[in-house]
Design a protein around this ligand. Structure first.
Ligand code: G4P
Length: 284
């Protein structure tokens, strides 16, 4: 299956970001801790040249803690300011303000020398659809100031949020990029629900996910559905359909329903804390 999704509103959103970049001191980039590289939009590097950068490993509660630590080290090794967060509970959020000041130290120093005092840091918050940006902003700003939703692409308009006298945030719509050079990246994005499920053959996506889980977390599938052994991913999906009673008229298995169950279980953490992309693989 070819994984690709770049609807028109993303082109528009990217243009809005390009227009506003000159107002920005810092880019706060949310990535999904389960796929930290696949969930980084390469367009942001181009957009964010000469800007201070911060990376937040969001949904860290859904990712394997062993790999969370490795990813923290990986990003630090690249000179990035990085934090592990869970926007849903607010864990890790309180470390952000201090890190913002650190990441923008040069700018603040420059301002001070020019006699500009008390100008807030302006940060653009970016991230792919469904990465948890709205939840993060709600949690960080401490009130329900943005609309959240489970459909990729819900946050659409431009939105400035004044946090306090030191920091203002520009919320941006979740965007992807026009072409995935590596289809594995598209597949990872589909796993976590950052692509519109309606354009995807869910049975195929589920089989791709089962292949990945089989490599790193075979016990996750065996434990939840009681299907195991050396079965192919297609056979495992059939096993899940049987275990969950996904049967169509005429006793045929409803593989689409089984695929949805598997994907929902993975996305919500019911299969356990799973990291799909590993930093050591990336450095080889
Ligand atoms: P977006 O603006 O980037 O598109 O994402 P949004 O905040 O709407 O979040 C998408 C889904 O991810 C929501 O779940 C949200 O609760 C969940 N989420 C965000 N951050 C975290 C996190 O750090 N950990 C976990 N476990 N989940 C997170 P939902 O199922 O669509 O909504 P809800 O039922 O949770 O309200």
């Amino acid at each position: 299956m070819n994984y690709q999704w770049y609807p028109g509103h993303m082109t528009k959103a990217k243009r809005m970001m390009q227009e506003n970049i000159k107002l920005i001191d810092l880019i706060i980039e949310l990535v999904d801790a389960r796929i930290p590289l696949s969930s980084r939009n390469p367009d942001i590097d181009e957009l964010g040249q000469n800007k201070a950068r911060m990376v937040l490993l969001n949904k860290s509660d859904l990712a394997d803690p062993v790999y969370n630590k490795q990813w923290m080290d990986y990003f630090k090794g690249q000179g990035a300011y990085v934090l592990e967060v869970n926007s849903k509970t607010g864990a890790g959020i309180k470390g952000i303000q201090g890190m913002v000041q650190e990441a923008c130290r040069e700018k603040l120093e420059r301002d001070r020398k020019r006699g500009i005092l008390n100008r807030p840091v302006r940060a653009m918050v970016v991230g792919i659809p469904n990465v948890g940006k709205s939840t993060f902003i709600n949690s960080f700003a401490g009130k329900a100031c943005t609309k959240t939703g489970n459909k990729p692409g819900v946050t659409k308009g431009k939105q400035w949020i004044r946090l306090n006298k030191n920091l203002e945030l520009l919320d941006t719509p979740g965007i992807l990029w026009p072409k995935f050079e590596d289809q594995t990246v598209g597949m990872h994005l589909a796993f976590i629900g950052s692509m519109n499920d309606e354009i995807i053959v869910l049975e195929e996506l589920a089989c791709d996910l089962l292949d990945c889980l089989g490599e790193g977390y075979p016990e996750a599938v065996a434990g939840r559905y009681g299907v195991k052994g050396k079965a192919s991913s297609a056979e495992l999906l059939e096993g899940i359909a049987r275990a969950r009673g996904c049967i169509l008229k005429g006793e045929n298995l409803d593989l689409k329903k089984a695929a949805i169950i598997l994907l929902e279980d993975f996305r919500s953490g019911r299969l356990g804390r799973i990291t799909v992309e590993h930093p050591l693989q990336e450095s080889t």
